[in-house]
Write a protein that binds this ligand. Structure first.
Ligand code: DGJ
Length: 764
């Protein structure tokens, strides 16, 4: 795995630092360096981290150079982040930015790597502290550093007090993506309170920029929002206790006043945190850009006792000179290579395999699951060529509706009188593996668990407990709740042959009290809860190495690079309308690889929009990601079966190219586009897959000629339709140069409403 410098999410509430201090001895620091070096030594290609006499640190990886320096005042200052420089290039020593009259001192105009709030700082600080004596001034200066093969660890210290911040840097030799994080340690004799603690701050020089970020709502996630940056601050955040549907912890900033898919400089980042988070994008007084991200400071207040430390999440950052498309391609490959769980027993260098094609029961049966009904669905799913059968909500406790049962994780004896075994055995006999839905962090008040442990939920004593979907949030920060959740999941996986858990999470927080702790400690819930979620996932994977996990939160409410260290895939949205999904999938893939993007084919007309579409259209829409079937297939006719079986077989053949190749967005489905098209190319450019969709033909306009990208111009490729009423005017075999310069003529017949076509191109 790509190193998570300094990480110690071990499943228990580790916010009290048990480790050694960075002060004399530095044992923990040394251990971190060893771990970092060991992890990086497995990387395919070397990157460089250097420090020179001018006090400049330089990190080179992929096509990227990142440079920081210690300025004469002792601050760590960002110097350069962009295209890779020649190794002979000397980066000038750090010189603080000028003061702008008496109102903006040099301290605030200078882009610091990790600034304390103090000394007249008016931009976002990385760290804001209140000391026990009421002092709130914090000025961080360079103290010492270590370089490693691919990274750096730099210790900063307040100019007077023993507040230490260790900044971790590691650069990926292939993509040039940097992993940055910080550990804040209290070396004072009194407790301090952290009011704001970022993972990292990034900077771009003065100029015109366009910001891209992802917004949405339940059933409407993944809207790519694009706007020109203006002076002031744009806040992208979640205050909800988890990642959220409404905004996602990813950004991309493009040079210039308009976004471009293929050209131009783009700086991008993704925060690996599944709790309340915040990213701020500021254009400062001198038109420079500062991006700061980490724990959301809203309602934060993290108490650090003497000797304790707090680790921030990792904030990944990258640079591409090839537009938004280039940025997302770098991120996709990085996620597969260094973030997602890797195959067990094969070492860290083996990328995750394409996902099994799944069947999921939710839209077919909702909570009305039982042995006979699920077996009937499983038989049909197997006949389609599905690899994994997943039983969704409704199998446990007294779960008849969403009013009851959550928290009681025993198999419902009326629905499954012989337990889960007969169903699981049947699924296995049909050649599929078995997956199961759980929602471990929640409880219905109408459950045995809540009746026994009403104190286990997030709450403020004496205040109402707001229910959403008739459920409350278990306080997973508590060790007893942690043990209960880990215990029941471990038992479930030990007693049943389960290959996959769909881990759901169907509400956000309210009344986030943790009344076991003294009042000034209770806000630690924002960190400890998430650490325990990660800890349970890690421990389950350790005890059950073959079990795979999907992160779902009423659709795409918990998708981020923190959860994706443990989750093999995600459920992007409860909205399975195949037309809506085109735009959602388009937005999703700016930040996340299609490898993790589950996409089910469901019934028509669709429940949300009442839109009718052909099965072919629905299949091709879903085949752009990791394919699943979620329809009531017991009602499908022979023709539907034949179509789905044929397309699942065709998908299996080209799936690695679709989900792990280079993604090119040929025509965007955004902004009411009549047409859309995507293309993926595998790494050795021997295969490419193209999808094209028509919303509705207007005024007889034909589909634009599709000029492909990313092929080898000199290689001959053969075009084969996967599904098409088109390509009549196109040769079967032609050079990459032909397909890229001339393009595919889609033909006169490719017209109408909700039409779809797909092709594969294979090296001849
Ligand atoms: C929300 C999920 O997103 C759905 O797919 C389904 O699992 C339901 N929860 C079950 O309650």
């Amino acid at each position: 795995m790509f190193p998570r410098p300094g990480a110690c999410y071990d499943g228990r509430s580790k916010f009290h630092n048990q480790g050694k201090s960075f002060m004399p001895g530095g044992i923990r620091f040394f251990a971190v360096l060893l771990l970092l070096s060991a992890a990086l030594s497995g990387m395919a290609q070397q990157s460089a981290a250097t420090y020179d006499a001018t006090k400049v640190f330089r990190l080179d990886g992929g096509n990227v150079t990142y440079a920081i320096g210690i300025n004469p005042r002792g601050e760590l200052q960002q110097l350069y982040w962009g295209g890779r420089l020649a190794s002979s290039d000397q980066i000038p020593a750090a010189v603080p930015e000028r003061e702008w009259a008496s109102f903006d001192s040099s301290y605030t105009t200078t882009p610091q790597e990790y600034s304390g709030w103090g000394s007249g700082l008016f931009v976002e600080p990385a760290l804001k502290v209140t000391f026990a004596d009421g002092n709130r001034d914090l000025v961080l200066h360079y103290e010492r550093h270590e370089t490693t093969t691919n990274g750096l660890n730099i210790v900063l210290k307040d100019i007077k007090r023993k507040i230490f911040v260790t900044l971790y840097y590691a650069i990926d030799p292939d993509s040039g993506i940097l992993a940055r994080s910080a550990t804040i340690e209290n070396g004072e004799a009194q407790p301090i309170t952290l009011e704001q603690a970022a993972a990292a701050a990034w900077a771009m020089p003065p100029g015109d920029y366009t910001l891209n970020y992802l917004t949405g709502r339940w059933a409407g996630e993944w809207t790519l929002t694009q706007e020109t940056l203006h002076p002031g601050e744009r806040v992208i955040e979640s205050r909800r206790g988890s990642t959220g549907h409404q905004a996602n912890p990813w950004f991309a900033i493009q040079a210039g006043d308009h976004p471009d898919e293929d050209a131009g400089e783009v700086w991008f980042g993704a925060l690996a945190w599944s709790g309340s988070w915040r990213i701020t994008v500021e254009q400062d007084q001198l038109d420079a850009i500062r991006v700061t991200g980490g724990f959301n400071p809203f309602d934060f207040g993290y108490a650090l006792h003497p000797g304790e430390s707090l680790e921030s999440p990792v904030f990944y950052g990258g640079y591409s000179a090839h537009g938004l498309g280039g940025a997302s391609r770098l991120l996709h490959h990085f996620e597969i290579a260094h973030v997602l769980p890797h195959r067990v027993g094969e070492g860290d260098s083996v990328a995750p395999k394409p996902r099994p094609v799944i069947y999921n029961s939710w839209e077919a049966t909702e909570m009305n699951v039982n042995e006979a009904g699920q077996i009937a669905l499983a038989e049909k799913a197997a006949a389609l060529g599905v690899d994994r059968f997943v039983m969704d909500d409704g199998w446990f406790g007294q779960r008849k509706t969403d009013h009851s049962g959550l928290g009681d994780w025993y198999v419902n004896p009326q629905k499954f009188p012989h337990g889960l075994k007969p169903l699981i055995d049947k699924v296995h006999s049909l050649g599929m593996d078995f997956g199961l839905w759980v929602e471990p962090e929640m409880v219905n008040p109408d459950s045995d668990l809540y009746r026994q442990h009403p104190d286990w939920v997030l709450n403020f004593p004496g205040r109402p407990r707001s229910e959403q979907r008739n459920q409350l949030v278990l306080n997973l920060a508590r060790s007893d709740v942690h043990d209960y959740v880990l215990g029941f999941l471990d038992k479930l996986l030990s007693e049943n042959d389960i290959a996959f858990l769909k881990w759901d999470y169907n509400r956000n927080w309210s009344e986030p009290g943790w009344d076991q702790l003294p009042p000034n400690e209770q806000k630690k819930v924002y960190v400890a809860f998430v650490q325990n979620v990660y800890g349970i996932l890690a421990e389950l994977k350790r005890r059950h190495p073959k079990v795979e996990i999907e992160s779902c939160s009423g659709g795409g409410g918990r998708v981020d690079l923190g959860i994706l260290k443990y989750a093999d895939e995600v459920w992007p949205s409860d909205n399975t309308d195949p037309f809506d999904r085109l735009t959602q999938q388009d937005g999703f893939t700016y930040a996340y690889t299609p490898q993790v993007m589950m996409a089910w084919v469901t019934d028509s007309p669709h429940w949300l929009n009442k839109r009718s579409t052909s099965l072919t259209y629905r299949m091709l829409s879903s085949m752009q990601g990791s394919l699943g079937i979620g329809a009531n297939i017991t009602k499908w006719n022979d023709e539907e079966f034949t179509t789905a079986r044929r397309l699942i077989a065709a998908y299996h053949q080209v799936q690695p190219t679709i989900v792990q190749g280079d993604l090119y967005r040929l025509i965007s489905p955004r902004n009411g586009s009549e047409f859309s098209a995507t293309q993926t190319v595998n790494r050795d450019r021997s295969q490419s897959v193209v999808f094209a969709f028509i919303h509705s033909t207007q005024e007889g306009r034909g589909f634009p000629r599709l000029k492909l990208k990313g092929l080898d111009p000199k290689t001959e490729y053969t075009l084969t339709p996967i599904e098409s009423a088109a390509e009549k005017d196109t040769p079967t075999t032609a050079s990459g140069a032909w397909w890229m310069n001339h393009g595919i003529d889609m033909g006169e017949d490719f017209r109408g409403d909700f039409q779809a076509a797909a092709f594969r191109l294979d090296k001849k």
